[in-house]
Design a protein around this ligand. Structure first.
Ligand SMILES: Cc1cc2nc3c(=O)[nH]c(=O)nc-3n(C[C@H](O)[C@H](O)[C@H](O)COP(=O)(O)O)c2cc1C
Length: 216
């Protein structure tokens, strides 16, 4: 079981990165292999809207996103973390999400019908996480929706969300046991769900669950 954590803050010792790491630690406790990606380490452009991916199902821009697509395809689960910047995700996170446009396919004659590649692979699971400075969730604005709505479109069920409210200085979250624990729990839930899914797949294949499925 592989889980990929993606950090959309440029502050490597910042709050988002600390909490994404906590989510991954929780997942590791449940047996997951994890990998952490700082988007800032990857140089990639925003989506051009060229629509070339409609033909090939692949983004034609040859930059560091090409290193991230295989990681996304490989991972059973995803942790997306972004600081709140003016009520929304960071520019890096938005760029990353937009470049995932190539990972969904639309019906040629009806743009209201689409399927995410992860959905076609059987569906995947995610945790979404955001941190804001103000003490009221209102000031998080659209950040959580900006993470979860694309995740759903791309074929991820969002298992848990972490909203860390009231943290400004880099790494300040580390002094708050409650939010650290919430993040660890989110990671455990993510890994447990993936484990359950794999167990059920094995049972379905062997006919020990829903034997009717194995009827010829
Ligand atoms: C450009 C910018 C915009 C921000 N906008 C908001 C905001 O809309 N609401 C809020 O509560 N905090 C806002 N903040 C504060 C950050 O969300 C906060 O400092 C957070 O802890 C940063 O996370 P990081 O340590 O992972 O970078 C903003 C910070 C920056 C630099």
């Amino acid at each position: 079981m592989k889980i990929l954590g993606i950090v959309g803050s440029q502050r490597k010792n910042g709050n988002t990165s600390r909490l994404v790491m906590k989510v991954l630690q929780g997942a590791e406790k449940e047996g997951a292999m994890t990998e952490l990606v700082f988007l800032h380490d990857y140089k990639f452009a925003g989506c051009r809207g060229c629509e070339k991916c409609r033909e090939s199902c692949q983004c034609v821009i040859n930059d560091d996103m090409q290193k991230l697509y295989p990681l996304l395809l490989e991972a059973d689960g995803l942790v997306l973390g972004s600081p709140t910047y003016f009520y929304n995700v960071s520019a890096n996170m938005k760029k990353f999400i937009d470049r995932c446009y190539s990972m969904e396919v639309f019906a040629k004659d009806d743009r209201s019908c689409w399927v995410g590649i992860s959905e076609a692979m059987g569906g995947k699971y995610a945790v979404a996480l955001t941190v804001c400075e103000q003490h009221d969730e209102h000031y998080m604005g659209f950040t959580m929706e900006a993470l979860t709505r694309p995740l759903v479109d791309l074929g991820y069920r969002v298992i848990d969300t972490v909203k860390a409210v009231g943290f400004l200085k880099p790494g300040e979250v580390s002094e708050n046991a409650g939010i650290l624990e919430k993040s660890v729990t989110a990671g455990k839930r993510l890994a447990k769900t993936i484990k359950l899914r794999k167990e059920l797949e094995t049972k379905l294949r062997s006919g020990t669950a829903w034997p009717l499925l194995n009827r010829n």
